[in-house]
Write a protein that binds this ligand. Structure first.
Ligand code: SF4
Length: 356
């Protein structure tokens, strides 16, 4: 089987070039730069490598690309990309242009096993893990499609399909590729990984990469959180918050706690007071996300008045709390709405997403 060269961070590619082709490390750097240059689809384009070397690369390795399977544009400028992977599986990435921030929301798995009750992706079940090349490749493919307008992607958030920390080895490699100055050269300070709360992997991530962390909380007590997010039965709040306290946070940074507001479920002032108590002493900011209603998910969006009342309780308790403006709701690109229809497994069988 040929090596998937886009899944190798630079040091691993240098080692591969040395071990497989008997070449010095600088050849690996040359190849790495080509692999992450927008528009590269074949070794033949690597014109500063000799013909024999290009042939040797093509024999032992391959450049796995994406096929664009669709794109939807929202009235607010948000664009949702659907990518078809070589085995037919599909994933989505979402480009969100804001005045001073241009963000790409990236997927880390095809589907997701975490089963959060409010999430469309959960209904697919986990189809498969993405490789490092497929995670970082979404960014390259989006950069290629976006061209220059309306400006380059500056921020990356791993909040698309899947639980990133359930695919940590591939995610960590992808981040090293994306942050490499010979790759796409993203600052790790502009990369945020969002998790539903896997404590051991959170600490592993924090020890190895200097990236931002967002934790999806969505409820201030175990009883309610376990109902909304089955992961809470395995890792209850006390364990999750202990991992947050131990997370090696860079100076002047805070953990973002995402809190989805579901009408009549977790949006009362009493919930806000309990949330404030829970986060006391943590370097935290709270991102309130009014639920985006979508077919088949039995929750409703609270009124703006209710959302603001919730926020006021947090502010009065001294917390930094903002309300996230929903983007791309008309194309189902908002939080928890990603759901690539027509999933196919590697052997080509149709996956029954609704039954998963
Ligand atoms: S909210 Fe995130 S972790 Fe939960 S099921 Fe959806 S994709 Fe998975």
């Amino acid at each position: 089987m040929k090596a998937d060269l886009r899944s190798l961070p630079r040091d691993e590619l240098e080692a591969w070039v040395r071990d497989e082709l008997g070449l010095p490390a600088w050849r690996g750097r040359q190849v790495f730069r080509w692999l992450w240059r927008p528009g590269t689809v074949s070794f033949q384009q690597m014109t500063d490598l000799g013909k024999d070397l290009r042939a040797a690369l093509a024999e032992a390795g391959e450049i796995r690309g994406f096929t664009a399977a669709g794109e939807q544009r929202s009235a607010d400028g948000t664009r949702k990309f659907l990518w078809r992977l070589p085995d037919g599986a599909r994933v989505e990435s979402v480009y969100i242009p804001e005045e001073r921030r241009r963000t790409l929301c990236v997927s880390s798995q095809v589907g997701c096993a975490m089963g959060c009750r409010f999430c469309r992706t959960a209904r697919m079940g986990l189809v498969r893990q993405l490789t490092p090349g497929e995670i970082a490749g979404q960014v390259l493919a989006a950069v290629e499609r976006l061209g220059d307008a309306p400006g380059p992607v500056r921020n990356l958030v791993f909040m698309g399909m899947g639980e990133p920390l359930a695919n940590l080895p591939a995610l960590a490699r992808a981040i090293r590729i994306l942050a490499d100055d010979l790759g796409l050269n993203f600052s790790t300070r502009r990369i945020t990984v969002s998790t539903c709360g896997l404590p051991r992997q959170m600490l592993e991530l924090g020890r190895s990469l200097d990236v931002g962390l967002a934790v999806s909380l969505h409820a201030p007590d175990d009883e309610l959180r376990s109902r909304l997010m089955p992961v809470n039965r395995r890792h209850p709040l006390a364990e999750l918050l202990e991992a947050c306290r131990r997370y090696p946070l860079p100076r002047r940074r805070r953990i973002t706690f995402e809190y989805l507001l579901l009408a009549g479920v977790n949006d009362a002032p009493a919930h806000a007071r309990r949330l404030a108590d829970l986060l006391r002493g943590l370097r935290a900011k709270v991102n309130l996300i009014p639920f985006n209603e979508c077919p088949g998910i039995p929750f409703r969006r609270p009124s703006d008045h209710r959302v603001e009342a919730f926020r006021q309780v947090l502010l009065e308790a001294g917390l930094n709390a903002t309300v996230r403006r929903s983007r791309g709701t008309d194309i189902a690109a908002a939080c928890g709405q990603l759901y690539a229809e027509d999933q196919r497994t590697a052997d080509g069988r149709e996956k029954d997403a609704a039954a998963a």
